[in-house]
Design a protein around this ligand. Sequence first.
Ligand SMILES: Cc1ncc(COP(=O)(O)O)c(C=O)c1O
Length: 357
Amino acid sequence: MPLTKVKKAFVEQHRTQHYPKINAKHKLAMDRNENPLLPSKRVQDAIYQEFNQLSRYPENSGFKLRNALSERWDLNPDYFLIGNGSFEILSLLALVFLDQDSEVIVPEGTFIWHKRFSQFNGAKVINVPLNQNFQIHLSHIVDAITPQTKIIWLTNPFNPTGTILKKQDLLNFCSKVSSDIIIAIDEAYIEFANLKSEATSKQFVIDFPNVILLRTFSKFYRLAALRIGYAVAQPELIQTILPYRIPPNHNRLGAVAAIESLHDKTSQKETFSYIKNEKEYLITELEALDFKVIQSETNFLFISLEKHPSDFIEKLAEEVIFKDGQFFGFPNYFRITIGNTEQNRELIRLIKKIINY
Ligand SMILES: Cc1ncc(COP(=O)(O)O)c(C=O)c1O
């Protein structure tokens, strides 16, 4: 096939990894960090209303959604780029800024698509170990910068460990990085940590022309099926990416649902306290069973297996879909998404059965 050298190496490396095995026996799916709650009635009604427009293309630039975001963030609409999920924007960033002479830096174990999209474009991925508290090690990342570094991919809070960086530490870090390097801060889970996170995050894009924040409506806002994500950055950076976007890249139902979700403060508070309460329940139960749980600011937990039998993961995998820590390079851990009340109790029941509690 007429593949370029870079594409050929990539395809050969990833060809066999496409279709996950689904085991029909699985009782619980707790691997994708989705929100266990459905969109509110108010958001569902807004989606139904839009059915009258299904024969029409979406407005190309996401004008109405960018205006709603502009209000929410108190930033000009030109600071926003809408994507078909934040996945699309991650892939665009790599497409625009990377080639086979580039390096990117990622924290060890990071969200796999930051690496994958970089490798699509031939870039070399440099992994930097986390600190002993499973947090991104910012000073080691600064040390890993070379003249070839083009993007530093951070996730805050970090996926898979759930830990968060302090705002001031992250600001200090950004001031040490040359403005020729893109700092992509993926904030897919930040609303679970802070209901007013926009006010905190805004400073990064005001102070630094090379910082781009990635946000999504898939997690906190309960809209994973409708594929809406967005980026926030200074207009010049947004305008550099725009020519590579496929128009129109997002759908009408997703756009109206996202706008309504931004206005629906009741649902936001509901998600925030629901996940907080379920998280507390799971941590209490797991700790009582001798598991060590890393402090999480997200809707998932990263759990140590130290004190449990070596076949625990295999047995749990017979009944539950979750992420084995091995997948991220942490063999004695597993990551579990916080489910609904029923699922979380069922999970604890299954775990107790496996360890004969
Ligand atoms: C860190 C991170 N970024 C981005 C995404 C993708 O989000 P979206 O649904 O907006 O494409 C995920 C999904 O799991 C994620 O964990």
